[in-house]
Design a protein around this ligand. Structure first.
Ligand SMILES: [Cu+2]
Length: 151
């Protein structure tokens, strides 16, 4: 700890040092994941959409930076948007997705999703392992069910 406590230091500097060396009391907050799955438009599709909800019980926001999976050659964040004439398309989102403090990030059909491209599912394996990489929180590793898009 590089804190210098000295009588000739401004009092505010001493307070900052104290705060930095205190045991972290706010560590009970966390990110938690619900309703996570991968959806394919048809069997053996090479592209899949990952949907999930991330709850943030922390007083600070976090950022889902990247999602990694050995089953996909490329992963991007997308948002489904509707043009004025009603045509649906997907827009790539750069820089990750924010999880607001004491709130949630929802990835669901018709909105944000993680696009898994070059998808290669092992035969007879209907689960895919993915790693969520956050700016602040530790990685979360998930084994996700693969579902077909409802018709
Ligand atoms: Cu997409």
């Amino acid at each position: 700890m590089a804190c210098v406590s000295g009588a000739n230091r401004p009092i505010s500097v001493m307070f900052v040092c104290l705060w930095l060396t205190m045991p972290s009391l706010g560590n009970t907050c966390a990110l938690s994941v619900e309703d996570a799955y991968i959806q394919l438009a048809f069997p053996n599709a090479r592209v899949g959409a990952l949907y999930l909800q991330i709850q943030n019980s922390c007083p600070a926001s976090d950022q889902l930076m990247i999602v990694r999976s050995h089953a996909a050659s490329k992963v991007e964040f997308h948002q489904t948007v509707q043009s004025d004439n009603g045509v649906m398309s997907m827009v790539k989102i750069d820089g990750g997705l924010t999880i607001p403090p004491m709130s949630e990030l929802k990835l669901a059909p018709g909105g944000f999703h993680v696009m898994l491209m070059g998808l290669e599912l092992p035969k007879n394996n209907h689960h895919v392992e993915v790693t969520l990489d956050f700016d602040q929180a530790d990685d979360i590793v998930l084994t996700l069910p693969v579902r077909l898009k409802p018709r």
